[in-house]
Design a protein around this ligand. Structure first.
Ligand SMILES: [Zn+2]
Ligand SMILES: [Zn+2]
Length: 354
């Protein structure tokens, strides 16, 4: 049997490289040669330091990590209907049962089958290995115009952002406020700009992240997180506040800033996971007719739509990658991502190594 290297997360802020058999695709499955596998904040939050998650967020010991994989099909099993050897593919990062109501809507993220819902890198092997076994129904075609490192970020990060922005609606009328300028916050600015937003304001605590946001030029203004943020945003918007606000930080104060710095009739979406949020319903939302949305990942058709639009807009998620590592240095990649002193961090293979 052919062997490969794969990375597991024992839960003590380390990464372990182990040898695995290269899987053989069964019915409706494909074997994918990994090309780019990016690290998500939720891997750090729920797995890397310690195994915190339960149920859909529960990492099963010994699983190959990584739920943002992208690669090329090298073998398709019997019964595959569309994807074949040589195809470049994005993988929707949760494999659902395919037949519950959520799966039928394309939201395999919230598949209700306890038996069949398995996220790549959590309850089934993920992308931090040379090969990945995937179900054909989880694949989205990666167009030639996009790189594998673009594709890796579509499933989790950019897909999640696109879904949230579609929920609140973004157009050229809007000033958009983004709190939390990690990879998800940066993706928010990139997509909001492409969707027409003319003025984008970012707020962040870490200086390294403020620098990266500034250098990427995705924002009109970046502000250090602080007690004056609501007033600062109002000053930048003629005293009115932002039409649309997006929290990518999961921080209680930042969420309150998103609510209070939104103008009358404004729309707010929460993407950052975990934590709490305290606000006063009457002055903060009810009297100003504001709406708060929650948004969790995206669905399959919207992911396909996003891929098509990335090509049309000529933008590249891979521009957010500040660090690339080969698989044998995967420990450094996770440690850097855990420090937060970076943009997006990727483990890459073959032509993506540069
Ligand atoms: Zn993720
Ligand atoms: Zn399902």
């Amino acid at each position: 049997m052919k062997k490969m290297q794969g990375a597991i997360l024992p839960g003590n802020s380390t990464v372990e490289l182990k040898t695995f058999d290269v899987p053989v695709p069964g019915h409706g499955e494909v074997l994918i040669k990994m090309k780019s596998s990016t690290i998500c904040g939720s891997d750090i939050r729920c797995i890397y330091h310690e195994h915190l998650g339960k149920g859909p967020e529960g990492y099963q010991k010994g699983m190959i990590a990584g739920h943002e994989p992208c690669g090329q099909v090298v073998q398709s099993g019997p019964g595959c209907r569309r994807f074949k050897e040589g195809d470049r593919v994005i993988i929707y990062h949760i494999s659902g049962c395919g037949v519950c109501n959520d799966c039928r809507r394309g939201y395999m993220i919230s598949c209700t089958s306890e038996k069949y819902r398995r996220a790549y890198g959590w309850q089934r092997d993920g992308g931090m290995a040379e090969y990945l076994l995937a179900e054909e129904k989880d694949l989205v075609d990666l167009p030639d115009e996009l790189s594998y490192s673009d594709g890796a970020q579509v499933a989790c990060g950019f897909g999640t952002v696109y879904e949230g922005l579609e929920k609140i609606g973004i157009c050229g009328n809007d000033t958009v406020l983004v709190t939390g300028l990690g990879p998800v916050g940066l993706a928010t600015a990139m997509l909001a700009r492409a969707m027409g937003a003319q003025k984008i304001i970012g707020i962040e605590t870490l200086d390294e992240r403020l620098d990266i946001a500034e250098k990427l030029g995705l924002f009109d203004t970046v502000l250090k997180a602080g007690p004056d943020n609501v007033r600062q945003v109002r000053d930048l918007t003629g005293g009115m506040g932002a039409e649309r606000t997006v929290d990518c930080s999961a921080n209680d104060k930042a969420r309150l800033t998103c609510i209070q710095a939104a103008r009358k009739w404004g729309k707010i979406v929460f993407l950052g996971e975990g934590g709490t949020c305290s606000f006063q319903p009457s002055p903060d939302i009810i009297h100003d007719q504001k709406t708060i949305y929650g948004s969790w990942v995206t669905n399959l058709w919207r992911m396909e739509e996003l891929v098509e639009r990335l090509v049309r807009w000529g933008i590249h998620p891979h521009d957010l990658i500040t660090h690339r590592f080969p698989l044998d240095r995967v420990s450094e990649a996770y440690a850097l991502m855990a420090s937060g002193k970076c943009g997006k961090v990727a483990v890459v293979f073959d032509e993506e190594l540069k």
